[in-house]
Design a protein around this ligand. Structure first.
Ligand SMILES: NC(=O)c1ccc[n+]([C@@H]2O[C@H](COP(=O)([O-])OP(=O)(O)OC[C@H]3O[C@@H](n4cnc5c(N)ncnc54)[C@H](O)[C@@H]3O)[C@@H](O)[C@H]2O)c1
Length: 365
């Protein structure tokens, strides 16, 4: 069988550290034929690093000339929509980095294009492929926590502003940690409990540290680049114009409530407290270790799950996502990251920021 021709648009940290290694992990199935980055030298450098035959500055030229079967979209968030739509229209399936887009309405346009072109739009919510998250879903589906009613979801870095690229600038990413790492924990936890729809959202965002020089020593790993960055863009805190912390109270259908915290910088314990689901029969504590909280034989009991790691590398979720996309294309599996789930999460995120700005709750009918 011919291999899938893969192209990678946006050749920064995540392309080099995760997408390219994940595609190269399935050499019998896929072959990276070209990369593109609007900083042409970065595309060239990336192609050279991995022996990829072609590099482009303009992804439209890549799409026209290479006609890839699959495109990984790895640009900053603001450009996901244009790159994904161009790729779908050029006849490619798309694996688009999270967040799929910077608003629910943009995501709807992207899915509409996918439907019209008959191609797959796959949102790269990589936490869904992490073994402890899959195990948490298995516990939930097996009924160990009963009916869920309260959730705490934390994506909290005490200090961890991504400083290698464009994350801190509204014009390139629209929002800060809410869309960057809040999206991961929200997507994972709502997926585990079966994607209940949002009913209302109240949020508040802050910029306390990002726009100042704190003079702190920080590591790339703490900011989300555990294996480093090949070609960082020079960073200046003077460009920082997104939030560094956002919190929200979210009502979901079925009487569920969820408290969310997402930060790149906050004076709080690392991790910001637990991420857990409370249910009528038990609770599930997700981090730092999966733990079932229940009562057994008259005792309050904490059960730790021994979760085998299917792949133990940084960005392991990307290795699962590429394989699941192929299985979905070939009709062997159903797409794991579904449109209604992605739109529900984006609707919550949109509303968090809208609520913060207006200082009012956003209510959905
Ligand atoms: N799933 C995960 O765990 C995970 C982790 C990190 C980043 N990400 C996502 O990956 C995306 C990229 O993050 P990154 O850390 O690689 O950022 P980065 O800044 O290192 O890389 C982005 C690259 O895109 C290029 N670019 C910008 N505009 C472009 C355009 N219009 N056309 C082509 N190239 C363009 C930039 O020159 C840069 O090289 C973001 O959406 C981010 O949210 C996901």
């Amino acid at each position: 069988m011919a291999k899938y021709k893969v192209a990678v648009i946006g050749n920064g940290m995540i392309a080099n550290a995760a997408h390219i290694p994940a595609w190269r992990d399935i050499p019998d199935v896929a072959e990276i034929v070209a990369v593109a980055d609007d900083r042409g030298d970065i595309a060239q450098e990336t192609a050279g690093r991995y022996g990829i035959p072609k590099s482009y500055k303009d992804y439209n030229e890549l799409l026209a000339k290479e006609k890839p079967d699959i495109v990984s979209v790895c640009t900053p968030n603001v450009y996901h929509k244009a790159a994904a739509i161009a790729s779908l229209k050029a006849g490619a399936h798309v694996l688009c980095e999270k967040p799929l887009s910077v608003s629910e309405s943009d995501a709807i346009e992207m899915y509409d294009t996918a439907e019209k072109t008959g191609k797959l739009l796959y949102t790269n919510q990589t936490m869904r492929f992490m073994d402890p998250i899959i195990a948490a879903k298995d516990f939930f589906d097996a009924g160990y926590i009963g009916k869920p009613y309260y959730i705490e979801a934390s994506a909290v870095r005490r200090r961890g502003i991504p400083k290698w690229g464009f994350f801190h600038m509204k014009e390139h990413n629209a929002w800060g940690p809410g869309f960057d790492i809040g999206v991961h924990v929200l997507d994972a936890i709502l997926w585990i409990i079966g994607a209940p729809k949002v009913k209302s959202v109240s949020g508040k965002s802050y910029t306390i540290f990002g726009d100042k020089d704190e003079g702190l020593k920080e590591s790339l790993a703490e900011s989300g680049a555990p294996i480093g960055v090949f070609t960082p863009r020079p960073y200046s805190y003077k460009e920082f114009n997104v939030e560094d912390f956002i919190t929200g109270f979210i009502r979901l259908e079925g009487g569920l409530t969820l408290n969310l915290k997402a930060s790149w910088a906050i004076n709080a314990p690392e991790g910001g407290g637990a991420t857990f689901i409370s249910g009528t029969k038990g609770g599930l504590n997700l981090f730092p270790e999966l733990e079932l909280i229940s009562n057994m034989a008259g005792y309050q009991t904490n059960t730790k799950a021994k979760v085998p790691m299917s792949i133990d590398v940084p960005f392991s979720g990307h290795f699962g996502a590429t394989k699941q996309l192929i299985a979905t294309i070939e009709g062997r599996e159903e797409m794991l990251v579904k449109k209604h789930e992605v739109l529900n999460v984006l609707r919550i995120l949109d509303a968090l920021y809208a609520s913060s700005e207006t200082e009012r709750e956003v209510i959905f009918e």
